[in-house]
Design a binder for this molecule. Structure first.
Ligand SMILES: Cc1cc2nc3c(=O)[nH]c(=O)nc-3n(C[C@H](O)[C@H](O)[C@H](O)COP(=O)(O)O)c2cc1C
Length: 137
């Protein structure tokens, strides 16, 4: 199974964000469950981070749609790893709204000056997202 983590910036008017997010999630949950994908979408202000996990071909297919979605830009895949177990077994797509703690992690990734800083930032974001999910399951 593949697990993929990416970061992006939303292209949404502040007034539309809530509504668009609900629309994204309702499509995402249905399609993901049909495709055997689970994961979490976290957002802080206009930043998104998402973990998708599932069969490799299914993740690649959904990621193909996500990459060309005009509601966000600057999609940066941060991590791809083979996993034995899902971190979000009960979630077609968990939504985790987050504040400063998440923002700090995202900012650290964007500001990373070298591969080491980037790696530390990515694992911190990944751990934070996964621990948020386990608190909800
Ligand atoms: C930040 C973000 C996260 C998304 N996450 C998912 C997802 O997990 N699963 C999914 O099917 N679609 C997701 N979407 C929506 C897809 O980009 C796409 O609109 C949807 O899958 C329908 O695809 P289609 O237009 O190719 O049929 C997401 C969109 C955005 C902007």
């Amino acid at each position: 199974m593949l697990s993929l983590l990416y970061l992006s910036r939303c292209v949404l008017e502040p007034d539309d964000q809530e509504r668009e997010l609900r629309a994204i999630l309702s499509v995402a949950v249905q399609r993901n469950l049909r495709s055997g994908i689970t994961g979490a979408l976290v957002h802080s202000g206009c930043d998104f981070a998402q973990i998708l996990e599932g069969p490799e071909a299914a993740v690649a297919q959904v990621m193909g749609s996500i990459l060309i979605d005009h509601r966000h830009e600057d999609v940066r895949i941060l991590a791809r790893q083979q996993i034995e177990q899902r971190s979000f077994p009960n979630w077609g797509m968990a939504q985790i709204a987050a504040g400063p703690e998440l923002q700090r992690r995202i900012d650290a990734i964007r500001a990373a000056r070298d591969d080491d800083e980037l790696a530390v930032g990515i694992s911190s974001l990944s751990d934070w997202t996964r621990s948020g999910a386990s608190a909800r399951v």
